[in-house]
Design a protein around this ligand. Structure first.
Ligand code: PGA
Length: 248
């Protein structure tokens, strides 16, 4: 895993956006794996900026999102469909028919999971996957204990995840209890992965990841099995080394 420590959130976002832009310039019909959450917002803003300056076109790009809540209509303000629409898709020249997100309203959820995994294989795998990390080490909605062999599946959200996401809802009770997410195996199919982390609340998770211990109790550790992962982290999320601690 390559590690790039950046000064702050802005710099982390610009670094990630540069890598994504380079991918699109190299391959205009690239498949991007995209994430939601607060962390990638700055990256998406940088991409929109590059598009507005006519430096970048997304007209050939296809996207596969990691996950979606179960039971929220696509038009719900907190659905990941709405998130992507508001924060990226409607602000660039991407073809809406080329953007894919699991359908959290599907009646047969297992069938939807199989459909989505087939889609990943058909149009993907992503040339570049963007990931955030949860405080408990989750990636996508793969909570601790998820099998590394998992493909797209239905998950019950961890209490801590619902609590962390309650800030977007009126209360924790309003946060959906389930989601459909790409599995660990689905994520590792990507050719290249960028893992983003910002702020001191993510520091313990990054510290855990950097120990190099691999196990299903800490889903992000599966990334250590992938040949091309770049962790882009800001200084607040980057754990000081023992020597640095001693020097203080
Ligand atoms: P965040 O979420 O970017 O909102 O911190 C990341 C995650 O939980 O995967």
């Amino acid at each position: 895993m390559k590690v790039r420590v950046t000064e702050n959130y802005q710099h982390m976002s610009a670094t990630a956006a540069d890598m994504i832009a380079a991918q699109i310039m190299d391959k205009p019909d690239a498949v991007l794996g995209l994430a939601t959450g607060s962390t990638p917002l700055g990256t998406y803003n940088e991409l929109i900026r590059a598009y507005n300056k006519s430096r970048l076109s997304f007209s050939g790009v296809r996207t596969l999102n990691l996950d979606e809540y179960v039971g929220l209509p696509q038009s719900h303000p907190q659905s990941y469909h709405t998130f992507m629409e508001e924060n990226l898709f409607k602000r660039i020249d991407i073809n809406p028919d080329q953007t894919f997100i699991p359908n959290g309203m599907a009646e047969d959820r297992n069938k939807e999971c199989r459909r989505y995994e087939n889609l990943i294989d058909e149009i993907g795998p992503p040339d570049l996957q963007v990931l955030g990390i949860g405080r408990n080490g989750h990636i996508g909605f793969n909570e601790p204990g998820t099998s590394f062999a998992s493909t797209t599946h239905l998950v019950k959200l961890a209490d801590s995840t619902r609590e962390a996401n309650a800030r977007f809802f009126q209360s924790k009770e309003k946060v959906p209890t389930h989601a459909i997410t790409m599995g660990i195996t689905s994520i590792l199919k990507s050719k290249k992965i960028i893992l983003l982390a910002s702020g001191e609340e993510k520091m313990p998770a990054i510290k855990h990841l950097l120990t190099g211990d691999i196990g299903e109790k800490f889903p992000a550790s599966a990334l250590l099995n992938h040949p091309d992962v770049t962790l882009i982290v800001d200084e607040l999320a980057y754990p000081a080394t023992e020597e640095e601690n001693d020097a203080e």
